[in-house]
Design a protein around this ligand. Structure first.
Ligand code: ADP
Ligand code: MG
Length: 695
C-alpha cells in the first residue's frame, strides 16, 4: 500500500470528504494514519447478560430481540432488548431515529457501555447510549467493541466512529515491513519497533499493548513514531549547525588593545560574572575562523545590551561595521540613545536608520553605511530585509528575537551579507523550546543580575481595589519615587481610539493625583515628542508616566519603583514579566500591581498567580508553557517552532532530549544513514519542518 496515495482513495473517504480533509491538512493516507487516537478504552471484557451487575463497564454480544421507537416530549427514544440466550438487556438511544434500520430486530450486535439499574422496571438492567457494533458472521465485532478501542478526536468531517472504521481498515493494510527511514541498527540501539508495525499498533492495539502505556503515549508504537519525528527534526538542526561550523567566514576578528581601551572608557561599572563569561564566549566566536551563530539569553535587566555593545566594539576595531536590530522602531530609537550615551567618550560613528529617517537625511545615512563611515547602524530588521548596502558588515545583532522568526546566518547570506550573528532574547525560553526553536544555535546565558537590585513585590488586585493602588502611587511619589502605569495597547498598530483611551486614562490619573506631574507616552507620538517625554521621566520631571506598551523593553529609570499594569489579564506572561522588569532597577524596594478587570477564567487566574509567586523568568516561562500548552505559548509559531504531528513538546520532553543526543551523535560522527541524509539534504526536511524566518 502506498502511504503517499491521496486520501481520497482510502476506503471510506471519497472525493467529498477528501476535500474537507485537505482543509485540516490531511492529504495522504499517511496524514490520516498520523492522526493518532487521543485515548484508548479497554472494551475487551465480555459478559453474559445473566452475570451483569450495575456499575460494570463491559461488552455484551447478542441479538436484537425487541425494538421500538417512541417519542417523549421533544425526544425520540429508540429502545431495544438484546438477548444473548442467558437473559435480556435493555438499551436506549436518544434522538437517533435512524437506528430503527441499523439496529433492527434480528441483527447480531455487540454493545459496550455502563450497566445501570433501570428506573422503569426494577429488575431490568439498562445501557444508555452504548457503543454498538453490528456483527456480521464473526461473533465478536472488533472495531468499536471487544478490543482495546482507540478514541479519536474529530478530524474535519469525520467523527469518532467513522474515523475508527476508516483507520482500522487502513491500518490493517499497512505492511508490517513498511519502508523505514530508521535503519535496523539505529532502531535496535533505541529499542524501536518498525514503522509499519508502529502505524498498525497505534490504531489496532494488540493484546500485548497495555492500556496505561497506550494512554500515556508510551506504547511501543507511540515511542517509535514520536522518536522518529523528533529525531528527524533534530537531525536537520544538527546538520545545519555542523554546516555553519564547517564554513569559514571572511575574516576572523582579533581582540585588539584598542578594543580593550575602548571598553574601559565605555564601562560605567564592572561587568557581572555572567556578563564576563558570555563576553568571553562571544569573543571566542569572533576570533574563530568559523562564523558565529549565537543566542544570548538573559532575563530582563541582566545587562545584555552592554555585552552586545562590547562585542560590536571588537568588530569595529577590526575595521568592520556592526548592525544592531530591534523589533520595533521605538526600541531602535531607544537603543540609539542608550548606545550613543555609552559611546560618548569613544570615536565611533553611530547611525540610526528607521522609516522616520527620510529624504536627504536618509540618503546621507545610506551613503555613510555604504562607505563604511557609519560604524554601528541601529534599526529594525528592515536593515537586513531591505538589503541596505554595508561597506563591510562584520556583526549583526538582533535584539529581542522572540518576537520574530529567528534571524539565521543563512538568511543573512541569502541577502548577500557575510557576518557573525548574535541573537539576544530577554524572554527566558523553556529548555524544550530552546532545543527546538534555537536548536541549531550556540547558547549563552546571562544568569546573573547586576548588583544592587531589590526584589519586586507583586500584587494581583481587582479593578474595584484601585483606591489602594492610588494610595500606593501617592506614597511612593511623596517619597520622591516614580511610577509607570501601563495600558495594553498594541504598539505601532495602535489605533486612534486606543490612543484616545490612553489619553483619557492619563487625564484620570492626573485628576486622581492632584499636584503630581503625570505624563503620557504612546506609539502615535512623534519620535521627538516621545524622546522628550522619556527624557523628562528619566530626569524626574514627570513623576507618573501613563503609557502604552512602548516602554516594554529597554527603558531604564532606576528611580521608578511602581509598575501598575491595567488589564493585566490581557497581557501574556512574558510581556508582564518584561514590564515588571522596568522597576526594581534601583536600591529602593519596588512594587508591581496587576490590575485585573472582570471575572477571570481559571487559566487567566492561574497565569497571574504565577506572576505573583515568582520573579524568576525561567520559572515563569516553564509555567506558562505548562498552563497554555506549546501551541499557545507566546504564539509559538513566532518562535519558529514547527508544529509536530505526533510529538508534544511538554509530554515528550524526555524523548526530545534523547532524540537530540542521538541526532547530534549521528551527524557528529558522520554516520548518518543514507536515507536520513537524503531526507535532511534534499528538501524533505525543509518541507516538513522549515522554520519561520526573518527575511
Ligand atoms: P537587558 O538584558 O534587559 O537588555 P540592559 O542591558 O538594558 O538589560 O541592562 C539593564 C540595566 O542594567 C541598565 O541600566 C544597564 O546600564 C545596567 N547594567 C548592565 N550591566 C551592569 C553591571 N555590570 N553593573 C551594573 N549595572 C549594569
Ligand atoms: Mg535589552
Amino acid at each position: 500500500m502506498d502511504l503517499q496515495a491521496p486520501v481520497q482513495f482510502v476506503k471510506g473517504i471519497g472525493p467529498q470528504k477528501a476535500e474537507a480533509l485537505a482543509k485540516v491538512g490531511v492529504r495522504t493516507a499517511e496524514d490520516l494514519l498520523l492522526h493518532l487516537p487521543m485515548r484508548y478504552e479497554d472494551r475487551r471484557s465480555f459478559a453474559r447478560v445473566a452475570d451483569l451487575r450495575p456499575g460494570m463497564r463491559v461488552s455484551v454480544s447478542g441479538e436484537i430481540a425487541v425494538a421500538g421507537l417512541r417519542r417523549a416530549r421533544r425526544l425520540t427514544i429508540y429502545e431495544v432488548r438484546l438477548d444473548d440466550g442467558s437473559g435480556r438487556l435493555k438499551a436506549v438511544f436518544f434522538n437517533q431515529p435512524y437506528l430503527k434500520e441499523t439496529l433492527a430486530r434480528g441483527k447480531k450486535v455487540v454493545f459496550f457501555g455502563l450497566v445501570e439499574p433501570d428506573a422503569m422496571a426494577s429488575r431490568l438492567l439498562v445501557m444508555r447510549s452504548p457503543q454498538y457494533e453490528i456483527v456480521e458472521g464473526d461473533e465478536r465485532g472488533g472495531v468499536h467493541t471487544g478490543r482495546l478501542v482507540p478514541v479519536y478526536e474529530k478530524l474535519g468531517p469525520l467523527t469518532v466512529k467513522p474515523l475508527r472504521r476508516v483507520l482500522a481498515h487502513l491500518a490493517e493494510q499497512v505492511p508490517v515491513g513498511l519502508e523505514d527511514p530508521l535503519p535496523p541498527e539505529l532502531r535496535a540501539r533505541l529499542s524501536l519497533i518498525g514503522r509499519g508495525e508502529a502505524l498498525r499498533r497505534v490504531h489496532l492495539p494488540g493484546d500485548d499493548d497495555r492500556l496505561e502505556r497506550l494512554n500515556a503515549f508510551r506504547s511501543p508504537g507511540h515511542l517509535r513514531l514520536i522518536l522518529e519525528e523528533l529525531l528527524l527534526f533534530q537531525l536537520g538542526l544538527a546538520r545545519r549547525r555542523s554546516g555553519v561550523r564547517a564554513e569559514r567566514k571572511r575574516a576572523a576578528f582579533e581582540v585588539r588593545d584598542a578594543a580593550r581601551e575602548a571598553v574601559k572608557r565605555i564601562l560605567p561599572f564592572p561587568l557581572t560574572g555572567a556578563q564576563k563569561r558570555v563576553l568571553r564566549e562571544i569573543a571566542d566566536d569572533l576570533r574563530s575562523p568559523h562564523p558565529m551563530n549565537r543566542l544570548v539569553q538573559g532575563d530582563v535587566g541582566s545587562g545584555k545590551t552592554l555585552v552586545a555593545l562590547l562585542a560590536m566594539v571588537v568588530v569595529l576595531e577590526n575595521g568592520y561595521q556592526a548592525a544592531f536590530m530591534a523589533p520595533t522602531e521605538i526600541l531602535a530609537e531607544q537603543h540609539f540613545l542608550t548606545l550613543r550615551r555609552l559611546l560618548k567618550r569613544c570615536p565611533y560613528r553611530v547611525d540610526l536608520l528607521t522609516s522616520a529617517v527620510k529624504g536627504k537625511a536618509r540618503a546621507e545615512t545610506l551613503a555613510r553605511i555604504a562607505s563604511g563611515e557609519a560604524q554601528i547602524v541601529i534599526g529594525t530588521h528592515a536593515l537586513i530585509q531591505e538589503g541596505v548596502s554595508f561597506h563591510r558588515l562584520g556583526l549583526a545583532v538582533a535584539d529581542e528575537q522572540h518576537r520574530f522568526g529567528v534571524l539565521q546566518r543563512e538568511d543573512l547570506r541569502k541577502k548577500g551579507y557575510d557576518a557573525d550573528v548574535l541573537v539576544m532574547t530577554a524572554t527566558p525560553i523553556p529548555r524544550t523550546l530552546a532545543l527546538t526553536a534555537y536548536g541549531d544555535l550556540d547558547v549563552s546565558i546571562v544568569d546573573e543580575k547586576p548588583p544592587g537590585r531589590t526584589p519586586i513585590r507583586t500584587w494581583l488586585r481587582a479593578a474595584s481595589e484601585r483606591r489602594e493602588v492610588l494610595d500606593l502611587v501617592k506614597r511612593e511619589v511623596a517619597q520622591g519615587r516614580q511610577a509607570y502605569v501601563v495600558y495594553p495597547l498594541v504598539e505601532e498598530s495602535e489605533k486612534l481610539e486606543d490612543v484616545k483611551a490612553a489619553t483619557e486614562a492619563s487625564a484620570e490619573w492626573a485628576a486622581a493625583l492632584p499636584g503630581v506631574r503625570v505624563g503620557l507616552l504612546h506609539g502615535r507620538m512623534k519620535s521627538a515628542e516621545k524622546e522628550e517625554t522619556m527624557g523628562a521621566f528619566s530626569r524626574g520631571e514627570i513623576q507618573v508616566l501613563v503609557s502604552t506598551t512602548v516602554i516594554e523593553v529597554g527603558v531604564d529609570v532606576p528611580n521608578a519603583t511602581v509598575m501598575v499594569i491595567e488589564h493585566a489579564e490581557r497581557f501574556g506572561l512574558a510581556q508582564l514579566h518584561q514590564l515588571r522588569g522596568r522597576v526594581g532597577r534601583g536600591a529602593a524596594s519596588s512594587s508591581c500591581v496587576l490590575l485585573a478587570y472582570g471575572r477571570l477564567s481559571e487559566i487567566a487566574r492561574a497565569r497571574l498567580d504565577v506572576m505573583v509567586s515568582t520573579e524568576d523568568g525561567f520559572a515563569i516561562a516553564e509555567k506558562d508553557l505548562e498552563i497554555r500548552g506549546p501551541g499557545d505559548f507566546f504564539g509559538t509559531r513566532q518562535w519558529g517552532v514547527p508544529t509536530f504531528r505526533v510529538a508534544h513538546l511538554i509530554r515528550d520532553r524526555d524523548l526530545l532530549e534523547r532524540a537530540r543526543t542521538e541526532a547530534f551523535r549521528l551527524v557528529g560522527e558522520g554516520s548518518l544513514p543514507e536515507a536520513l541524509a537524503h531526507f535532511v539534504e534534499k528538501g524533505g526536511w525543509e518541507r516538513r519542518f522549515g522554520l519561520a524566518r526573518v527575511g
